[in-house]
Design a binder for this molecule. Structure first.
Ligand SMILES: [Zn+2]
Length: 388
């Protein structure tokens, strides 16, 4: 790739700081919680407008319940080369009405607002990098964009789409927020989100105590045993983060339930830990109780493969030339869609978005000065993609 192409794209992205901030403001100012399909689709429509402005081909893959998957592509007609996939989600963890009381705002070099870092800024750099390639026609391979709709709830509708697109791609760049340190994410934990129910028997706890079977009593035993599966040295953690149950203070509880968040690093630990949880669910300490386990959703871990390591080295060199000399790879306990793409065997990098922090809270912030360097690093990394 000629250095004049690199200069052209670098200079153009540097001139787009303000338009990128304006697109960011527009998409942050639309409520798009994962269950809010109209809101998530409205964010998609704003990105479609951007695609139309830059002549980027796009289409929606509709979904009845979640927001539609939005696809974009920049490719020479008839190209059958393997594309790179620029990925991100446009849903947030925030409820309807959040934008009304804290819309997009700027204080010094930081922007605030729901989803500003996680991960609307990442989507903005993805679509501007695609615009640069559409404008200058210099991409070394087709560029595909995938903007998903339900990552914050475990990607139930997007996972098959993500896996399909990742299998067809030579590399995946996921623009989740850059780490507060300025690093990107090269590995992540996997997570399984479960709910368990316990069934006992109601009885008046004064008159007929002996007839009752306490589901809450059993819940307490199970929580202690589930938490005891935590192995900090191996990075396996168990958290029963929600519980509910019972009918009244003077009734033995006929029903109780809890929700479990399991996190792990080594893919092999998933099956062994799930088997241990299933055994706990199947064994009752309070005689007469029964229990059931449901898996609500899950993310696979992002494990750094040899080919992902090569992709990372190329990205780090590009980032250096984009003015980010100290950038390194980092491990994150949080899960993301990059675990799915790495698990189908496609080299994957995550956390390539602009730098931010305090995500999922009202204190979420985005470093505006990181927008142009992160966009430039991504564009240069694509221009210099290692050939297979
Ligand atoms: Zn995210």
């Amino acid at each position: 790739m000629s250095s004049s192409t690199e200069t052209q794209i670098t200079e153009w992205l540097a001139s787009q700081r303000q338009p990128m901030i304006e697109l960011l403001r527009d998409v942050v100012n639309i409520d798009s919680g994962s269950y809010n399909k109209p809101g998530v689709d409205a964010v998609g429509a704003r990105f479609e407008r951007h695609f139309a402005e830059y002549g980027i081909a796009c289409f929606r893959e509709p979904h009845d319940v979640s927001g539609d998957a939005l696809h974009g592509s920049v490719a020479k007609p008839g190209s059958n080369e393997k594309p790179v996939l620029l990925m991100g989600h446009r849903d947030t963890v925030f409820p309807k009405g959040e934008v009304a009381h804290r819309p997009f705002s700027i204080e010094g070099s930081r922007a605030h607002g729901p989803g500003v870092a996680d991960m609307k800024a990442g989507l903005v750099i993805n679509v501007f990098v695609a615009a640069a390639f559409a404008k200058f026609g210099s991409a070394p391979c087709p560029i595909k964009l995938l903007i998903t709709s339900d990552e914050e709830i475990g990607s139930p509708s997007s996972r098959p789409v993500i896996e399909r697109e990742a299998r067809a791609a030579r590399a995946v760049y996921n623009s989740e927020p850059g780490r507060p340190t300025g690093n990107i994410t090269t590995s992540r934990k996997g997570g399984v989100f479960m709910r368990f129910e316990i069934f006992g028997k109601a009885a008046h706890s004064g008159n007929n105590f002996g007839d009752g079977i306490s589901a809450i009593g059993e819940l307490a035993h199970k929580i202690v045993r589930i938490h005891a599966l935590t192995d900090m040295a191996k990075g396996i953690t168990l958290n029963v983060g929600l519980i509910a149950g019972g009918q009244s203070v003077n009734t033995t509880a006929p029903h109780a339930e809890g929700q479990i968040d399991l996190r792990y690093i080594d893919p092999a630990d998933r099956a062994t830990t799930l088997a241990a949880i299933e055994a706990i669910i199947a064994t009752s300490t309070v005689p007469g109780t029964t229990a059931k386990l449901h898996i609500n959703g899950e993310f696979l871990p992002l494990v750094q493969s040899e080919s992902s390591k090569i992709l990372f080295d190329a990205y780090r060199a590009a980032a250096k030339d984009a003015g980010l000399p100290k950038l390194d790879g980092e491990f994150a306990g949080g899960c993301a869609d990059s675990g799915f793409t790495a698990s189908v065997g496609t080299p994957t990098l995550c956390g390539l978005g602009p730098v931010g922090g305090n995500v999922h809270t009202a204190q979420e912030w985005l470093d505006l000065d990181s927008i142009v360097p992160r966009a430039t690093a991504l564009a240069l990394a694509i221009l210099r993609i290692p050939v297979d």
